[in-house]
Design a protein around this ligand. Sequence first.
Ligand SMILES: C[S@@+](CC[C@H](N)C(=O)[O-])C[C@H]1O[C@@H](n2cnc3c(N)ncnc32)[C@H](O)[C@@H]1O
Length: 294
Amino acid sequence: MINERSGVYIDGTFGLGGHSKAISLLLNVDATLIGIDQDESALAQFDPSLIKQTLHLRCTNFENLDQVLNDLKLTQVHGILLDLGLNSFSLDDPERGFAFSLDGPLDMRFDRSNDITAETVINEYSQEQLADIMYRFGEERNSRRIARKIVSMRTNKRLTQIDELREAVAGCVDPRFRNKSLARVFQAFRIEVNREMDVLETVLNTATQVLTPGGRLAVISYHSLEDRMVKNHFRDLSQDIPQQPGMLESEIRIPLFKRITGKPVVATSEEAAVNPRARSAKLRVAERTLHASD
Ligand SMILES: C[S@@+](CC[C@H](N)C(=O)[O-])C[C@H]1O[C@@H](n2cnc3c(N)ncnc32)[C@H](O)[C@@H]1O
């Protein structure tokens, strides 16, 4: 790990700035901290005087990380943190439509300036698309049945409220497993609305490009699809593919990362007891390697 406490650090999921405040305490005053969040209401709550380094706050999707760096005329960064998912105040706000236990509109957007909401997806996608989303992004076994139910409900009236989606799911699953199915279905639509898998793939690739040798990328994920993507990215880029006779130049690869965490770091039982949402968190860290082309 580089000993660079004066470098450029990115908190790609700034939220209420809890991680950034902790990172700030570890950095020299001449370091630069960039906080990105696509949720304006999160950034607006932060008091920038709490950070003693140069702080740039940007309200944008972290998939635009390269653009943020371009605008700031920066090319290399020393550390990137992504704490994926949504912040607690959004989860608890019924108006945001994330929690299946609350009553509110079918919204689920992290960025409320986007046009596509859960209402758009639920009313305008085909039955087959709905089933695929629930199966791919929620691993929900009753996806086809639930999709059929949604389509039959929406023929009478456009579905706009969380309780209507709850009713569609509840009508298709065993009451004993209802909450698990609801969690999977809500997760699936949230991933679709926010293009979560696509933007994660983009930011992992950008982070790989912009990290300086010795710089670290740390990702905290909250569901298995995200964690698998991060795990595979680190695994693939930490493998050496040596030259063999007849191999194309494009097939030869020097590892770009060294994995710092083998197994992901998870919350201790004490931490999970005080912060139940940490129960599903998995932290993976990898370090950009030093090699000739750098
Ligand atoms: C789990 S919270 C982070 C909390 C933060 N670490 C803190 O200490 O307060 C995740 C945050 O990332 C934001 N977010 C999620 N996906 C994003 C994306 N693709 N681009 C930018 N921000 C994103 C959410 O709006 C949310 O505020």
